[in-house]
Ligand binder design. Sequence first.
Ligand code: DAH
Length: 345
Amino acid sequence: MNQQIDDLRNQAVASLKTIASSDELNSWRVRYLGKKSSLMAVLKGLGELPAEERRAVGGQANQLKKELEALLKEKEEALAAVSNLSTGGTDVDITLPGRPANLGKLHPMTLVLHELGEIFASMGFEIVEGPEVEWDYYNFEALNIPKEHPARDSMQTFWVDAPPGENGWEMLLRTHTSPMQIRVMEKQKPPLRIVVPGRVFRYEATDATHIPMFHQIEGLAIDKGITMADLKGTLYEFSRRFFGTDRRVRFRCDFFPFVEPGVEMAVECGVCKGEGCRLCGQSGWIEILGAGMVHPRVLEAGGIDPDVYSGFAFGMGVERIPLLRYGIDDIRLFYSSDLRFLRQF
Ligand code: DAH
């Protein structure tokens, strides 16, 4: 008898595990707890047993009945919870496949700035940032562009209507990242190697190639014995890493008041491979940055002795780079917040 009750328990528990609907559960209830179930038969037959056995079997059978009733109740509740969820009874339907999370992306300009930063960081340059609202002293004066210098005209400036600073300095939105050359020199003594990514502002009419806010990345390296060879080596290496080893690079003389000598660097047009096309204005080359050996007056303005130290600097327009890489013909797309454009990067 003992064995029979144990078998019954095992069977009932095993079959309960496979049940997934309330209909099935009802059949289970009839089968194991119903009037015609084996368990009921045992209970009904108790009267015919000798007194000794009756107590033992009765105890076991009643114990099993209680157990099965408890399991039934538990299962009923579990089924009710699932059906509640799948019929919208609560906020979460656990039977639906999950909704894919909507992942955002970094803006193409941010991606390019990160990539540039990584390349220069791997060459030992530290990444620093500076103020977008500047004094004309840092933006012009200390960079060897005094008040009446014509170079000021080429940088249409947003002046800020604010009380003058130290020594009557006027406030402006920086027109390039070069002012950070001076700020870094004031604080840090050579040897130093830095790059400065950031926004710059020019009071210019907007068209396919001009916007009043764009990005530059400035570079500065100062130490004893730095030469033009260091400048060229660094920028060649940058070009190889960024544009690939097969792109030719060209340096030509250029003028910037804060360097002497000054150069401009161009890379071979990636679209026509130097043949000449619409993108490069038929020249086969695309200018990407200005550079040069830091002018002695600039070193002096930064508190560095030009007889002991020398350095090179460069400044690159960052928007140009994705324009060239992806053949985009309108710079305004980057800032029009059109997700159809931005999602492509
Ligand atoms: N600041 C210059 C500009 O915005 C670019 C530049 C040229 C930066 C030569 C430099 C440099 O550091 O050496 O047009």
